[in-house]
Design a protein around this ligand. Sequence first.
Ligand SMILES: Cc1ncc(COP(=O)(O)O)c(C=O)c1O
Length: 366
Amino acid sequence: MRRDTYAVIDLDALEHNLTLINNEIGKESVYAVVKANAYGHDLVTFSRALFDLGIRHFAVACLSEALTLYGEAKEIVEKSTVLIMGYTSDALLAEYREYPFVFTIFSLEQAMILNESPAKVNVEIKVNTGFNRLGKRPTEEYLREVTAIQGLKNVSVHGIFSHLRLAERGEDLRQIESFEIFCRSLPFSGFQKHICDSIGFIQYPEARFDMVRLGAILYGLVPDRQLNLGYRPVLSLYSEISQIIDVKKGEGISYDEQFSARNDMTIAVVPIGYGDGYKRSLSNQGVVVINGHSCPIVSTICMDQMTVDITGCEARPGSVVELIGPNTPVRTIATAARTNRNDIVVSLSSRIERRFMKNGSIVTTV
Ligand SMILES: Cc1ncc(COP(=O)(O)O)c(C=O)c1O
């Protein structure tokens, strides 16, 4: 243990969440979405934990994440499918086409670059059914293009996928329908099709098809309306008070030019800041919990430290500060920071130690 500011990654909660998912759809049909450092939970260690729990499909956003997995957990990559869901440039497709990844593509030109590989390259085709981000629209022309891709000697269409906008039910259903029609209209089969992320998985069981791509619910980051489904948060975040300062009415604290103490107050300094990925927008907005007391963050969060009001609380240097946990759920922090849950956990920087816990004991620290 190297630092007093640390995240706990609860592997029992992860196992619990996977069991709930497995009760709905077999693990073999789950792409575990581990992009963005496994939503801040640590890409390599978290992927290893998933592998140990039976996951054999991993989805990342970009080539560099796939390469990190390959470099640091080759044994997993060799026994799994690693889908790169995002865009890979032509130059990188050419450079890395012999690596054991599944590339997402959306044109014959990209496929022809991969076709130069001496061995078969698996690809997944992205269809834009309405998200308007990556992939081409499900037109007759795209059907012909995808058929031509499948006709290449060294390229195999391993899957076809799309992504739901999840803004409005009617629109989602239209996306699902046009995706199904597109897949059905192809003159070949043998590919896997998928469209659901976590919310889609819960809201549209009829659209789970061959695979689902799950991030949020694996990590227990569920939307408010799905809190009753029993998924448990995997990550919590703690620190310790480094110093306590009595501040007189009218004194300033931290960089905030506007802030002046309204009364005499007791301030605790907590060694975490926006350099750790703790959102600066929580300045004067967020709350931490110390010995069961809710303590507001006062003044501006600095890069490495921040100050909280502990007036009237029982606390001393070394007292534990809960920043994300049972009393400070990610959704509350996200609301205070005016952002979403993923942004809160994904932002946690490498300076925060991750302690992986199982049955109450630390099994790995990174
Ligand atoms: C293409 C794609 N599929 C699946 C996911 C997983 O989404 P969620 O975390 O909501 O399960 C994401 C995440 O943003 C994504 O971009």
